[in-house]
Design a binder for this molecule. Sequence first.
Ligand code: DGL
Length: 292
Amino acid sequence: MARDDRPIGVFDSGIGGLTVLKEIFRALPGENTIYLGDTARVPYGSKSGETVVRYSLEIAEFLVKQGIKLFVVACNTASAYAIPELKKRLKIPVIGVIEPGAKAAIEATRTKRVGIIGTEGTIKSNSYVNAINALMNNKTENIIEHGEKSLDRYFEIRSGDFVIFTKACPLFVSLAEEGWTSNDIALLTAEHYLRGIKKENPDTLVLGCTHYPVLKDAISKVMGPEIKLIDSAVETVKVIGDILKNRNILRDSTEKPSRKFYVTDSPERFVKVGERFLEQKIEYIEKIVVSC
Ligand code: DGL
């Protein structure tokens, strides 16, 4: 077997993509990694698609220069908007989180009633619905808007025999970063955000944002234990493992891997919150400037 020491490049708008990186550490412990958090420009979730694509291309250029063998877009919002352009421009494999998450939701659901939660950008892009449609050969037939205020608003989307409920939950990002993941505020926020979707009785809920797996307990408490929660991070890393194996580019070494971190703003907060997300120390971190 060939041994490929080139690192895997993982990109997120900030800290949230560490949920994907943590899963890479767990499932592919020998791999060298470079993580880039665009902390100077986070959040991506409330920005236009055009801006998110531009940022993503700038980050890709930096990481490709570091000699990565695979470009992982851990950020759901960047995956929602930038994957086609990144695939067009990069010569290495590009893996986003939307398609693996959509595939896992299709496999998990029995009733074909699926909830999807994410940032405003991800929900607006309809990328999870489009990915489910593409995999199922379905077409969106009807979109109904429920709820008047933004806190209550969710969408009911009928595609083939699927009924998909989508909802933006922007405050979950701040709660996860504050470490308020299972206190009364987290629960109350989850109750407010999720009550509309819960009423619709989905059997599967896609956590379509990097930060939401951190709030899994609160989300599960609100939705009930019988609802299957899809963590895109876990599904994406399965795809990464398959690509490395199929292309014969695994590192396949027991030597200690190199795990580098880059951020675009000062590293202090990233290290503090990041070590909590990762449950391990960040040893090498550098602030960089990215531009095309
Ligand atoms: N990483 C983003 C995502 O998964 C969440 C944070 C942001 O809005 O930038 O969509």
